[in-house]
Write a protein of this length. Structure first.
Length: 135
């Protein structure tokens, strides 16, 4: 299977994950409004879901632009297995900065226009990736 084919499969998986996380975020929002109990746990789950949505949206954006899976350090290909495990990976294992190796979700650089950034995460009930991007 060619790298382009593998990235195509990964795109489908990422789109499905985006849909699943969007649904989860909407359910968490509804549940939090109804229960008002354990606000801390609900907030943590909501924040984690929003981070995942942002990472997936960013990955899908770069896939669409044709830049996904290219190491920002050496410009080589990031292994598909690494991208499948961590869709937000920006470096291959050789170039990975040490600060990023210790954290699963390191800090992200500024996202390109049209890609969610931390203060603009998708909100509960946000339109799906496919609807936003005509898929």
């Amino acid at each position: 299977m060619s790298r382009q084919d593998e990235l195509g499969v990964l795109r489908i998986v990422l789109e499905e994950q985006y849909e699943r996380h969007s649904t989860q975020l909407a359910l968490l929002d509804r549940q939090a409004r109804r229960m008002r109990a354990d606000v801390e746990a609900a907030s943590a789950l909501t924040a984690a879901t929003r981070r995942a949505l942002g990472d997936i949206a960013r990955a899908l954006h770069y896939l669409k632009q044709g830049h996904y899976g290219t190491c920002e350090g050496c410009r080589g290909d990031i292994p598909i297995e690494q991208l499948a495990h961590l869709p937000s990976a920006r470096y291959c294992t050789t170039c990975q900065p040490e600060s990023h190796q210790q954290a699963t979700h390191g800090t992200h650089s500024a996202a390109p226009a049209g890609v969610p950034v931390e203060d603009k995460w998708p909100k509960a009930g946000a339109p799906s990736w496919r609807r936003l991007h005509g898929r």
